[in-house]
Design a protein around this ligand. Structure first.
Ligand code: ADP
Length: 751
């Protein structure tokens, strides 16, 4: 910043005025002196003229008369004239001098001829008069005059300068100072104080500048205020955006958790369904097996074989699906045992030999000599992987060769075991290069054609990959289309521990006497099989009369009653048992039914049943009943906000434990969504409200929380219509519904 020297402008102005005045004064003085000089000269001229006109005649007369005395008087008279320094008269008779005989200064000398006209005769020259005027005196005067005028001028000019300075300061400089100070304040950020000049008179240029400056200040102030408003708005927006991002992130996290939970639920569902399907399928296969012993004609025998084969195929698929689902769910953990790899290979190859023979394929096996006799590891997993790879090799090779080769990669020490590479090589159809990576993904097959020709689920290799990775190894394939494949895996096996594995012991309750009343033979057999598997003694009855006979002859610990019996229904039969005098009057009776609508269930309970077991029967549920964990009757009552039958159906399909798990997930989800919803509603973030409401409504619906679900759907509709005020009005109802649902969940989870 350039800082002005204080008073710089004023000094320059003064200097300029003084210089100008000096020049002017000098000029004016010169002119004045010149005029004075001319006047002096004129005075001298007029004096000379006076001498010529007034004195010359008398001097000529006195000279004619030779009157010296008179001449002296007259000459003295001339010397008295001002500035006349000397008078000198020369004639033939006289040489008279009056005044200073040798004047010092510059002289102006005037000479007059003295002529006389006698009355008769010609004009005669008598002499000459010389008058010397002292110019020094004149110059002296002129000098004094010039000096005086100069002095006066100087005094005047100084006064003028002082006056002008004062005036300039008053009118300009001090205001400029105030304005400069004002500008500095503005630069320092003090925009509030207006510019105030100490002025009384009307407006001038200074006021114009001052107004312009103050206008500038106001403009800056307005600009700053506008920027501040903009900044605040921006900050608000940014905060809002940040919050929105946070909400979205939380929402995404929830969605991710939900997706993971859904994936897990899907695996569980898959596992449950395959399990559920497997049980009756086993029943069907068992029955088919029994029928094989019966006397059938050739046609029926073939049909039975086809039935058995199809059943077995279905069972294999189900087993794979179930196995994979369980793997995904993480239920299956490798159980390390001591085993012999050679023996394992032997067993697997022996099992697959018939298939290979069917395909005209030769099986061979080579194991590196250095490989230990025994190892410690997940034998089951290894068996599964080897079986899958070998089964595939045999399946995709017709009239060829399949070999298993086990090579030692490295000896990791006696303590650490061995690292092995197992290769299952075939010279079958091979796999296209682009499919070699993909076939390890679940449900993936090399081509549509292969799938149609060879069948399969596309799960075998996915299972192998999963198992090998669980064992800490890696798996891959080298293959050439049409020439064969080599499936390999590498893993490390621990040395055998030498400790014999104890067979797993199943914890089971005491053996019970159980009567099963069921008219469908297959179901009867299945229930019987399940119960006997747990060591219980089972009596079977097809209809009510048979059941009553059993009851008369025997005391049971538990009676399982199919509700839909021919003739007397299960409900009626229960009533009869309860009202009889027999020993089974107080025996626990459970309905075995697929009809779990609340009204019907209430009917079963009123008839004296202790609970309901949903069909198809699950061993898990059965065990719970036997252990005294009865499905809660209260949960079967219906109300407005809850779809209890739906929940009950879930229970019977998925099992109480899984439903409890799902209810806990729903509780957590409601708690999370409640906070997120409140936040989004407070922020009028309709998009978020709609999303959250939609998602939570879906979960609530699936578990029968229909009251909350319908409130959430209404909220979603309002949010999609951007009706913020209606959303706010709804918040109280929503809160109540959420709380009510949480209370219900708490009760359910505690039971
Ligand atoms: P699946 O055999 O039930 O179809 P897999 O996961 O075991 O399922 O195999 C996936 C696919 O990989 C098979 O459908 C087949 O196309 C291909 N494949 C597996 N093993 C071989 C093999 N030894 N030779 C050729 N193709 C194979």
């Amino acid at each position: 910043m350039i800082r002005a020297r204080p008073g710089g402008l004023l000094r320059r102005l003064l200097l300029f005025i003084l210089l100008f005045s000096l020049c002017f004064t000098v000029l004016a003085s010169s002119v004045q002196l010149y005029i004075e000089y001319r006047r002096e000269m004129r005075d001298i001229d007029s004096r000379m003229e006076l001498i010529r006109a007034g004195y010359l005649a008398s001097l000529e007369r006195s000279l004619w008369d030779l009157n010296q005395e008179q001449l002296n008087v007259q000459l003295r008279g001339l010397v008295d004239f001002s500035d006349v320094a000397r008078v000198h008269l020369t004639s033939a008779d006289f040489d008279l001098v009056q005044g200073n005989p040798a004047p010092a200064g510059p002289l102006r000398i005037e000479r007059f001829a003295l002529d006389y006209q006698p009355p008769s005769g010609p004009l005669r020259n008598l002499g000459e008069l010389e008058v010397s005027t002292d110019l020094g005196a004149v110059y002296q005067r002129l000098y004094a005059t010039g000096l005086t005028s100069l002095l006066w001028m100087a005094v005047f000019l100084c006064g003028l300068a002082v006056a002008l300075s004062g005036l300039f300061y008053r009118l300009v400089t001090r205001h400029l100072k105030v304005m400069a100070e004002f500008a500095r304040r503005i630069a320092a950020g003090e925009w509030q104080e207006p510019l105030h000049l100490d002025k009384r008179r009307g407006s001038d240029e200074i006021d114009t500048v001052a107004h312009a400056l103050d206008d500038m200040r106001r403009a800056i102030l307005r600009d700053i205020e506008r920027r501040e408003t903009d900044r605040l708005a921006l900050q608000d927006n940014r905060d809002e955006l940040l919050k929105m991002v946070e909400r979205r992130t939380a929402s995404l996290m929830r969605a991710k958790d939900e997706a993971e939970a859904a994936n897990l639920a899907k695996s569980r569902f898959l596992a449950t369904m395959s399990h559920e399907l497997r049980t009756p399928l086993n029943g069907i296969l068992g029955m088919a097996e029994l029928l094989r012993g019966a006397r059938l004609d050739a046609q029926d025998g073939k049909r039975l074989d086809a039935l058995h084969k199809a059943g077995e195929g279905l069972l294999t698929i189900l087993n794979e699906v179930l196995y994979f689902a369980k793997l995904e769910e993480g239920v299956s953990h490798p159980e390390p045992v001591d085993f012999s790899l050679r023996q394992l290979l032997d067993e697997v190859l022996t099992l697959l030999e018939p298939r290979a023979l069917n395909n005209d394929t030769i099986l061979s096996c080579r194991v590196d000599q250095r490989i230990a006799e025994h190892h410690h590891g997940a034998e089951q997993f290894l068996r599964q992987v080897l079986s899958n790879l070998l089964a595939n090799a045999i399946k995709f090779t017709e009239g060829g060769e399949v070999s298993v080769e086990v090579a030692l990669l490295s000896e990791t020490g006696e303590q650490l075991g061995q690292r092995l590479r197992v290769c299952v090589t075939d010279d079958g159809i091979g796999i296209a290069p682009q499919m070699q990576e993909k076939i390890f993904e679940r449900f993936t097959q090399a081509s549509e054609e292969v799938a149609q020709r060879f069948g399969g689920t596309g799960l075998g290799l996915a299972i192998c990959k999963h198992l090998v990775e669980q064992m800490g190894g890696c798996i891959g394939v080298d293959s050439e289309e049409g020439r064969g494949s080599c499936f390999w895996f590498e893993l490390s096996l621990q040395p055998a521990s030498g400790v014999a594995e104890a067979p797993p012991v199943r914890a089971a309750g005491p053996a019970l006497n159980i009567l099963v009343v069921e008219d469908v033979a297959l179901n009867r057999e299945v229930v019987k099989g399940l119960l006997q598997r747990d060591g219980h003694r089972v009596w079977l009855a097809e209809e009510a009369d048979q059941a009553l006979q059993h009851c008369a002859a025997q005391v049971f610990d538990l009676i399982l009653l199919d509700v839909h019996l021919p003739g007397i229904s299960g409900v009626e039969l229960c009533r009869q048992i309860r009202h009889s005098d027999g020993a089974n009057r107080h025996t626990r009776i459970f309905a075995l039914t697929a009809s779990v609508q609340p009204a019907l269930v209430r009917g079963y309970l009123e008839a004296g049943m202790d609970g309901v077991l949903a069909k198809p029967l699950k061993l898990e549920n059965l065990r719970q009943v036997l252990e005294g964990h009865v499905p809660v009757a209260e949960s079967l009552l219906s109300d407005e906000a809850m779809d209890w039958p739906l929940l009950q159906t879930h229970r019977s399909l998925l099992g109480a434990q899984k439903v409890q798990g799902l209810l806990a997930v729903l509780r957590d989800s409601i708690l999370q969504h409640r906070d997120a919803l409140n936040e989004a509603m407070a922020a009028d973030d309709c998009t978020e409200v709609a999303q959250l409401a939609h998602r939570l409504a879906g979960s609530c619906d699936s578990l029968g929380f229909r009251g909350l679900a319908s409130t959430l759907r209404a909220l979603e509709t309002l949010a999609l219509a951007n009706d913020e005020s209606a959303i706010r009005r709804m918040s109280l109802t929503l809160d109540e519904q959420l709380q009510h649902s949480l209370d219900t969940l708490k009760g359910l989870l505690q039971s």
